[in-house]
Design a protein around this ligand. Sequence first.
Ligand code: FAD
Length: 403
Amino acid sequence: MNKPHIVILGAGYGGMMAAARMQKLIHSNEAKITLVNKNDYHYQTTWLHENAAGTLHHDRSKIDIKEVIDRNRIKLILDEVVSIKREEKKVKLKNQELYYDILIVSLGFEPAIYGIPGLSEFAYSIKDINSARLIRERIEYNFALYTNENKPTDGRLNIVIGGGGLTGVEFAGELINRIPTICEEYDIEKNLVKVYLLEGRDCVLYGYDDSAVQYAMNSLQSRGVEIINDATVKACAEDSIIYEKGGSEHKISTKSVIWTAGTKANSIVERLNLSMEHGRVKVRNDLRSIEDDSIYLIGDCSLNYDENGNVLPSTAQIAMQQGEFIARNINAKIKGKEMAAFLPDVPGRITSLGSDDGIADMFSRNLFGWKAALLKRVADNWYLFKLGGIQLLMKKGKFNMFH
Ligand code: FAD
């Protein structure tokens, strides 16, 4: 292959890490590298629940791509990917087409709505900066309307979070901490506001052990979150959500449903005609798609297994590792060396329950409360350091324990 063209789609955790490492490893004589992203910024998806709750301004979660990417080395195209034409080895963007020799797809996730009627029309999801901002504004708008209505609409102050996984729980923890401030701002009595967390299983945070789940539930409930387990969401409408529990249907009147129950790969990859499972594309252990040697998938677009055959969760932790790994592997390929197999390193999980509370299981040890919250700050800062060195860390890092 003459100097190959490597195209990276998406500047999320996976894509940014891949680009940042490739610019160091691969010489300009060896390959041309292009990074395509919708926006001129990378965002911290793992902070979006704070932006959505309004406890952290969304500008804090944005990182200017140009601060990390050396544009003498990597061509940055700000455009939207429309489709990938595998047969022609081309990517169709809104404003142009690109030919690739090696394609790295790191276009992230979309909410999975499992065909539940009304969710796509009436529920909100935490997907990116603008969707997080919309949720914050939606909640505030309803508070503002409430105080201005002669006869307030039923459920105007009810906020329903659908899904008690990591995102739903983290969002609930942030939101419930913000409620007193919004109430004060809009002259509303705090006890009129209800935050519900609906979970289909018999407990939130599936996968954590009982003591961690219990800790998280106590923490949220003591601050006023009503957790409803074994609740299967059936439908969502403009003014309500319906769920089934114990064989009967229940309705909560609400104008604010935030759907956090699951993700799938960006729908662009669904149209690639590659083997998929659990809404993601199956990859070989070097992260190439099974059917196409030129296409690599990383982060939430790809489906990986650990050494015990368990599906790896869609996390920033894994996406970053895959980004770094793919840079090394493609560097090896270009230099005519063998590619390696991806081995995930998952020391544990950290879930925040607000800025000063959380749970973590790291290296088979549970941590609760401020210690877990502090660990989460350290992990956030570590990522910034890895991506953009001390400069990015000092600019965007979280050094204040309680925001
Ligand atoms: P993303 O980071 O989502 O990046 C995708 C990129 O592609 C974005 O820049 C996007 O703008 C761009 N893009 C998308 N479509 C197009 C298009 N058509 N054209 C051009 N560009 C496009 N994981 C953890 O490990 N720890 C956590 O604590 C954690 N907390 C989370 C909290 C929340 C609220 C959420 C939503 C997720 C959390 N996750 C966490 C999961 C984690 O954020 C994802 O697994 C991770 O972002 C996946 O990285 P990625 O590179 O695959 O995609």
